[in-house]
Design a protein around this ligand. Sequence first.
Ligand SMILES: O=P(O)(O)OC[C@H]1O[C@H](O[C@H]2O[C@H](CO)[C@@H](O)[C@H](O)[C@H]2O)[C@H](O)[C@@H](O)[C@@H]1O
Length: 278
Amino acid sequence: MSTATPTTAGAPRNRLPPPPLPAADARWAILLDVDGTLLDFADDPRAVRPDAALLELLHALHRRLDGALALVSGRTLTDLDRLFAASHWAAVGLHGLQLRHADGSCREIAVAPAQQARMRDVAHTLAARFDGVQLEDKHVAVALHCRRVPAQLPALREAAAAAMAQLPGYQLQPGNLVLEFSPADMDKGRAVLELLQRAPFNGRWPVYLGDDLTDEHAFARINAQGGLSVRIGAREPSLAASTLPGPAAAEAWLTGVLDALGAPTHARFPEGEPARQP
Ligand SMILES: O=P(O)(O)OC[C@H]1O[C@H](O[C@H]2O[C@H](CO)[C@@H](O)[C@H](O)[C@H]2O)[C@H](O)[C@@H](O)[C@@H]1O
């Protein structure tokens, strides 16, 4: 699949092909990371929102795949449902801590309240020490964003790694200009495997699109299942077998997938238009 070519610095670099399009009768299941894959990055995590064309495309694909399309994100399920009007979809939230199957059944990994309170306390104290670092408190997990102050990332990483000694049961998950404290022993790969074991995903060919380090866990599982892993962007190294340059290219490719499969005909948004931010 991938071919290694030398860079000018002499280090190998993977040159990956674009993903193929399906045959009209293909039985695909599509799993989609959100930030950096479907949506361009914004300085403020609360500022992003999918535009109408992307929403329409995703809802049409979800119908065409008989529900075998899921969002797999570090965001909470509540946030995903608000952004995508998708509370009837299977989804993975908080990097696998939350999971909803297509039949609506959910599971959530909990942490002892005292342990969680300790983690939040440590994270808030840490964020206050670094000017410009934005704290996103998801309760069971906390993200410290450096998008506005990328130069702070190395020092924040060092301080956060040191703080881990006080936080048994937690892991420090790096992402795109972000560090997250989240409960250990869960990642997107494990959650994706759970989804793939149940209808309507089982028996279909799994295709996963993602851009970030957290998506590498999913790429590993998807590859082991014989599916297709697609890296969005150019981050290296990656386990992905295929690549697209960014969210705009991902949307164009998904449009090609829908065209190849043939568009469905019923209602656009069964649960009403998605909420709009002011
Ligand atoms: O798994 P994902 O869907 O990619 O979610 C990962 C994190 O995405 C969000 O943060 C990232 O996007 C923000 C908006 O563009 C950006 O400001 C931030 O720097 C990025 O790290 C989200 O806020 C996090 O909760 C997710 O874990």
